[in-house]
Write a protein that binds this ligand. Sequence first.
Ligand code: AHR
Length: 503
Amino acid sequence: MPDRARTKVTVATEWHRGPIDDRLFGSFVEHLGRCVYTGIYEPDHPTADAWGFRGDVAALVQELGVTLVRYPGGNFVSGYDWRDGIGPRTERPRRLDLAWRTIESNQVGTDDFLQWAARVGVEPMMAVNLGTAGIREAAELVEYCNLERGTTLSDLRRQHGAESPYGVRLWCLGNEMDGPWQIGHKTADEYGRLARETGHAMRLVDPSIELVVCGSSGAWMDTFGSWESTVLDHAWDVADYVSLHAYYEETGGDRASFLASGAAMDRFIEDVVATVDAVAARKRSRKRLRLSFDEWNVWYQSRYADPQHSPIDEAAPRLEDVYGTVDAVVVGDLLMSLVNHADRVAIGCLAQLVNVIAPIRTDPGGAAWRQAIFHPVAETIRRARGRRSLIVGVEGGELATAQHGDVPEVAAAATHDPVSGQITVFLTNRADTVVPVDVRHGGVATWRRARASTVVADERGPLHDAAAAGTARPVELTRAVTQDGVTRLDLPPRSWTVLDAVE
Ligand code: AHR
């Protein structure tokens, strides 16, 4: 292969964006399908703990390494009364959830979730209902969760067994309020004002909380851009973060566009950064709002009927996508986009955690297993948590895609741990041919050894069981050779690779 055909990837530990926030590697539990019931919670399961939560699922959540979990929705939160989910389980009401047209038994609620999160070791990120509820319910939920004692609600929490306040820091002001499907959907002016007033009241209860205002439900929304601008005009002073949501899928057999989903995510993030910085400029504010990408994943949304017209069920399977290696490659690429924007994106939530478009699946009463997308998530978190995000130079070819225009053929991201000297370079080959790559350390230091492992998109289609999902575990790329500080490797077609080196 002549030299000019090689893609050149350069990293240097001197060029970095600063530390990656631990919160970038979160996930999401919604009262939807079997995410909660027979997902994280199943009191009759053989592995259930004293509180009725599945031990096998908790172990996989810890192995996955997610740092934060958003709860209780999603669309669900826009019709949810948090008071239904507290107190003795036998007294909790059975309600009709209109977001997903299901019966909600309320056997899991705020206390149950927050205590599970503490046991599993993840930070909770709570969402408040700004669809059918408002300022009072939101402020009272903060009081129930975070106030020490001496009021009816804080004492009620203590009566329910939680003597110490939970100290929940992170709160979402509603969910996808720009979407006409949302219960209590609002215009940007209506939502912006409500978010401001609600955030203000919640902060009067606990001034230490951090608030996420709803951005757009996707870059495809007609109101994208103007929604963020108008909402932030109203809610600038209370907002610490603005949210982004995006789901990617392969449509019409257009695998090239699907494999370039990371480039679409890059663009979305950069467009939101430009929009929120324009608001800052207009307001002559020095605040640099950070982004909360609190729903992202591959979701084969077009395969499902509109949930708002489906028959009413209870904790039945919904949105249980089965993922293959091609999805694992795309999820790896999307994680690289988050790492490459770690200076502005502080929070990320892989949606969702169990059964519903999830890395973990379960059988009721039976096994829990890793889906194909589990592997890139776990491998990335292991190599990015607590590290810095490096600025990576890529000189290579471009690919034409129908949906995203020309995108880099090879995408790259890198992390560095200044204490141990460990560097990881993540590489996606979006092309359907082998791409030869030279990876070098362009700074003062260099590396002598590097080890690469790869996931290759399997063209045979989705993988259906625990054993098959194992094929999405990265395997060592034996032909990675390091000489004079340059690692030469051939990236297989449609693959995601991690290259570990030590300075
Ligand atoms: O994650 C599934 C759904 O996707 C969430 O409930 C909603 O916020 C989004 O539209």
